[in-house]
Design a protein around this ligand. Sequence first.
Ligand SMILES: Nc1ncnc2c1ncn2[C@@H]1O[C@H](COP(=O)(O)OP(=O)(O)O)[C@@H](O)[C@H]1O
Ligand SMILES: [Mg+2]
Length: 311
Amino acid sequence: MHLPPLTFVTGKGGTGKSIITAALALNAARSGQRTLVCELDDHPTMTRLFGLPDDLGVEPTATRDGVHVANFRGMPVMQAFLRTFVPSRRVTDLLLRNRVATTFFESAPGVMDAVALDRVADILSDGRWDRVFVDLPATGHALTLLRLPASMAEMIGVGDLAARVRRLADIMADPARAALVVVTLPEEMPVTETLEFCSTIRREVDIRLGAVVVNALRRLPLDADERSRIDRIARATEEAQPQASARIRLALRLGNFWHDEDQRGLIRLEEELPSTDRITVPFVYHKESERDLVEQIAASLRQREPEGGAA
Ligand SMILES: Nc1ncnc2c1ncn2[C@@H]1O[C@H](COP(=O)(O)OP(=O)(O)O)[C@@H](O)[C@H]1O
Ligand SMILES: [Mg+2]
């Protein structure tokens, strides 16, 4: 998958956004790219996946794998933001200790999002990174976030702050510099939501849809020969062990059903997003840990060329 310097990753909650982001970042770092993952989701997982402490700050922290991770959520990112505008540390500290101010920062819509995105723009301009991955919140919140730079630039108009905001909108709109990756499961509901999300993005946000990652694809674990052998076992045990035989048949049927459902999901994505790359990632049945899962998915992404689309 050819990704630009800035990749945003989103998807319906629980579809594997964070695992996929981590796997993409791992592959980038291993191919020699200076790689940073920015955690913007409210459910941070990068720290766990990369063995870092949970109270990670805004400064990029190195992991053993060469990937760097930074947390762009909460008060630390607000603190970093204020420090770029307010030279006096005493004043920013006072502000951040003030309950009214912090309540405003945390509850006013878009304030923390705008601040987090401003940090992303800072990170991109400092020249230290070849690849930056942003683990966004789930689709609903991600849409609000992705709309923000362009709408703020429009709202603020001219001046230093407007220029500051506009730099990220400009990067996002440049297909050579930024892309959005949407992660989905191949099941009916997530596919429907993914198609709706992608069409809203196309209408409302100036960003290239880089790829749809179809995660946890359930492949038929047996070929035709193996299936008929199992079928023979089911028949042979029918009399002596009717329950066991019925379970064997049920397992076979479920395997077929899931496989067919996933194939239908893939076909819908192909038909309705014909010009977008689709990257399939298999369901991983055996994993030692979440970290092992990331390794297995990273290996599968390295082999897998996009299926169809405009690669
Ligand atoms: N390809 C896969 N095979 C098996 N399990 C997976 C796969 N991808 C993700 N998972 C599991 O799904 C769960 C959710 O993944 P996560 O990346 O945390 O989702 P999200 O960030 O979208 O909320 C994790 O517990 C992970 O173990
Ligand atoms: Mg996540």
